[in-house]
Design a protein. Structure first.
Lengths: 563, 312
């Protein structure tokens, strides 16, 4: 809506909202939130549904008839339960719905939950930081209503997302079903996606409740810890007993029995999580209502002892700003690795109880001695750890570009400092921050390995590979920023990191072509925790990182600064 | 007169940092009340408490007789607010932004909005992020003014505006008070506050140091008076007079500072053959600077009574 010229030529801005604008437009806080988030909700619904369609197509192509599916089930039963757990419970694999639930049921809430965390952590905290919340709250709408409108709008948007995905899931059964029973009734699809929606909102509610206290970034981090933590517990619990011990507090585990696509219904835990989520949203609303607008608690930051204050130039300036986050990411990733290592003995004990398992494992994971803690790291840590370091790199890019998006760069470059020098130094600081993260993670893991009596050297060196992996995503972000899209640099770096992880995790299941799967950098990490390096992959990572830096610097030197 | 804003021993602490301390203030209906103080003095803190955006550590604040923490929505219905620092939705146009806030309030007069847009010279068709600082300020002002609120709380309303638009803004504020509405504003442009406000409060390091009508504050200030006399006289001829201080003699020229009417001093000068008189009328800036130790004089509390004549 823009201004209109009236008959007299006067500028006219209609100020009475239509009824439709109350629900999707500038007629209310709710309407504006719907308006702002509708495109993302639609896109994610299509993405979720699209994955279900692709999964259906893969099933139809690979296992089109019952005999082939019986063979699939037999091969799954050959896998030890501890490894089957990685993919979730294989229930009803002889039908399309069961296959889709098995392959995507666990990962969908994690993928889509990131949106919920970002949206809900920013709903109030980002507006407060910008200063617009003061204006919104000073209208007669009232704080509680503002918060409730934003929550309600997000719930509606999530509902739209899961409804679209459910519809396409049902269509997948209709189009790609090849045996009787492959049809997926819409009610089952909705039942399955309702769980996804509830799990998304659960993570978002945590971010919503904590962001007014901790600020947007830390609120999102807490939400992400619940999102990814729950996923890790559910996915790797069977491998790592120490994770399994956490299952009672994971809402993923509570709702594991609700798999409507596979014909399993268990609504009470889903409703319980929904009620808990509503309670957390209510708590967040109460917190927002009672606290000073925009006031966050100084939760304290980890600091690197002896680091210069960072006033000598852009490299140290950026690095000193990133160090606390870098150490935080390193400790988080390292703690996850240490948790896996701590499960090594129990894992070996399970293997020993299963006769003939070694031969089978050697066939599935050639060259990997799963009785070594470092091998367990390879199996259960590297993929997810590399995703996390990619996201950390995206975060460091966000810090770098904030010089420009926060309008500091005009000041900085008014000093006798060339753009290219600023860009390269700042980019190098982001690389260094990734290095700090992986070094800290490597040290934490090494300590855990040392305590478990495992090989320390290879995993520590392997963390260097993770550093290169993270730097590659920093390079992508740098290129995007330098070429003229600083606002999108971190988003692109993070999205490519997630896409790379998903391609690696789901590409084969979706029967995607090899060339496409090979685009994922996660496919070229090698086996760094056990001393196996993919030289070609390492070269590619270095080229992407350094190339991104130079492309970005090249673009930076040629474009206007953005205000 | 009815007090629109009252604060009693209002205090806000941010952890160990001082916000405001025991602030007692009363703003009457229909006046333009200026709130002066340097950066960090506590002006924004006070305004945000009035809107219940932040809560007092102790003391109380009332707007329209309603305690700010008790029913802020009832207050907000009658208030227009312009924050000192704000950034709005960068993808919305100026028109969208104005509409959005009009919708949150309801009952906004479309013609008045158009008038404000025209008088402030805003192109509402551009996206907010494309606006200059001054144009963003115009959007904020229209958002604050468009519903003709009973009370306008404006934090640095003319920041970033060119002199012509500043003039328009103060015209609009005078129109508001002519309709019986009240304006509570902070500003760094002292001369403008001097010309525009009915009363002014000066805040320093979180504490209120003076509240009064502009004329009264001026009257309390020193005047710089310079006499050229027929012959040189000793400084003691004037320094012994009441309300006179800092007498300097340079040949036939005598300069001094005088509080209050200068008639008695002129009469005394006439006895020495008065040739010429130059008197510098004090302005608010002199008072303000004196309070902060930047002016040639000390604070005008020299009357010995603290002379916070209007505070309560």
């Amino acid at each position: 809506m823009t201004a209109e010229a009236g008959r007299s030529g006067a500028i006219r801005i209609p100020v009475e909202p239509g009824r439709a604008e109350q629900f999707a437009g500038l007629g209310s806080v709710f309407g504006k939130s719907i308006r702002d988030g509708a495109a993302v909700a639609l896109a994610l619904g299509l993405l979720g549904g699209g994955i279900m369609l692709a999964g259906g197509a893969a099933m139809a192509a690979e296992w089109p008839d019952l005999p082939s599916r019986v063979a699939l089930i037999a091969s799954m039963e050959l896998l030890p339960p501890i490894i089957r757990g990685l993919l979730g419970d294989p229930v009803g694999l002889d039908r399309l719905g069961g296959f889709l639930a098995w392959r995507f049921g666990n990962i969908a809430p994690v993928m889509l939950g990131i949106w919920s965390i970002l949206a809900m952590s920013g709903a109030l905290a980002a507006e407060a930081r910008r200063g617009s919340l003061d204006l919104v709250v000073s209208t007669p709408v009232g704080r509680r209503t503002v918060a409730l409108h934003k929550v309600l709008a997000h719930v509606v948007l999530v509902a739209v997302t899961v409804l679209i995905a459910a519809l396409l899931t049902s269509v997948s059964g209709l189009v790609f079903g090849t045996v009787p029973g492959d049809e997926i009734p819409l009610a089952n699809a909705i039942g399955a996606w309702a769980l996804t929606g509830v799990l998304m909102l659960a993570a978002g509610s945590v971010a919503f409740a904590t962001a007014p206290i901790l600020g947007r970034t830390r609120g999102a981090a807490v939400g992400a810890a619940f999102l990814f933590g729950g996923y890790l517990v559910t996915s790797y619990g069977a491998i790592a007993p120490s994770l399994e011990a956490l299952e009672p507090i994971s809402w993923y585990a509570w709702t594991a029995g609700h798999r409507p696509l596979a014909g399993m219904w268990d609504w009470p835990p889903v409703l319980a999580v929904a009620a808990l989520t509503a309670g957390i949203f209510a708590l967040g609303t109460l917190i927002f209502e009672r606290r000073d607008v925009g006031a966050t608690v100084d939760a304290g930051r980890l600091r690197l002892p002896g680091l210069p204050a960072g006033s000598s130039g852009p490299f140290l300036r950026h690095l000193s700003d990133r160090v606390a986050d870098a150490i935080g990411w390193g400790i988080g990733i390292g703690a996850y690795g240490a948790l896996i290592v701590s499960s090594a003995d129990a894992f070996v004990a399970i293997l020993d109880q299963m006769g003939g398992i070694d031969e089978l494992i050697a066939r599935i994971y050639p060259g990997l001695d799963l009785r070594e803690p470092s091998a367990l790291l390879e199996l259960a840590f590297v993929a997810f750890g590399s995703l996390l370091i990619g996201l950390a790199g995206a975060g460091f890019v966000a810090g770098l570009v904030s010089d420009e998006t926060g309008r500091r760069l005009d000041f900085i470059l008014s000093a006798p400092l060339s753009r290219v020098r600023w860009f390269v130094a700042s980019g190098a600081a982001a690389f260094a921050a990734v290095g700090i993260s992986t070094t800290v993670a490597g040290l934490v893991i090494a300590v855990a390995l040392g305590a478990a009596g495992g090989d320390v050297v290879d995993p520590f060196i392997g963390s260097t590979v993770l550093a290169l992996y993270g730097c590659a995503f920093v390079g992508i972000g740098l290129a995007v920023a330098g070429l003229g899209w600083p606002r999108y640099a971190a988003v692109v770096a993070g999205a490519v990191s997630i896409a790379s992880y998903l391609l690696g995790a789901l590409g084969n299941a979706l029967r995607l072509p090899d060339w496409l799967i090979d685009l994922s950098l996660s496919q070229h990490i090698g086996r760094p925790m056990t001393g196996g390096f993919d030289a070609g992959g390492l070269v590619v990572m270095v080229v992407v990182a350094i190339g991104g830096l130079f492309v970005g610097a090249w673009g930076m030197a040629r474009r206007d600064l953005q205000g | 007169m009815t007090a629109v804003i009252t604060t009693e021993r209002l205090t806000k602490l941010y952890g160990t940092h001082r916000g405001i301390l025991e602030l007692d203030l009363a703003v009457e209906a229909g006046e333009i009340f200026g709130f002066l103080g340097p950066n960090g003095a506590g002006k924004t803190t006070t305004m945000r408490i009035l809107l219940d955006l932040i809560r007092p550590t102790s003391g109380r604040a009332e707007v329209f007789g309603i305690e700010t923490t008790r029913d802020p929505v009832a207050i907000h219905r009658r208030v227009g607010y312009l924050p000192g620092e704000f950034d709005l939705y960068e993808r919305l146009t100026g028109a969208d932004t104005i509409r959005y806030f009009a919708n949150l309030r309801r009952g906004v007069d479309e013609r008045y909005v158009s008038e404000l847009v025209e008088r402030l010279g805003l192109d509402p068709s551009r996206r907010f992020r494309e606006y200059s600082k001054g144009n963003k300020q115009k959007v904020g002002l229209i958002v604050a003014l468009q519903h003709r609120p009973d009370l306008l709380i404006l934090d640095e309303p003319t920041a970033g505006l060119d002199p012509l638009v500043q003039h328009t803004v103060f015209e609009l504020l005078h129109e508001a008070t002519a309709e019986g509405r009240t304006v509570f504003l902070s500003s760094h442009i002292i001369a403008e506050v001097d010309r525009t406000c009915d009363r002014v409060a000066i805040i320093r390091e979180g504490r209120l140091v003076q509240v009064d009508r502009i004329e009264a504050i001026r009257a309390m200030a020193f005047q710089h008076v310079s006499f050229t006399l027929a012959t040189a006289v000793p400084a003691s001829a004037f320094s012994s007079l009441p309300n006179v201080s800092s007498v300097r003699v340079e040949g036939p020229v005598v300069t001094m500072r005088v509080v209050g009417p200068i008639g008695p001093v002129v009469e005394e000068a006439a006895t020495f053959g008065l040739v010429d008189v130059v008197s510098h009328e004090p302005n608010l800036e002199d008072v303000f600077l004196a309070h902060y130790g930047r002016g040639p004089d000390e604070a005008p509390a020299a009357d010995g009574n603290g002379h916070r004549t209007d505070d309560r």
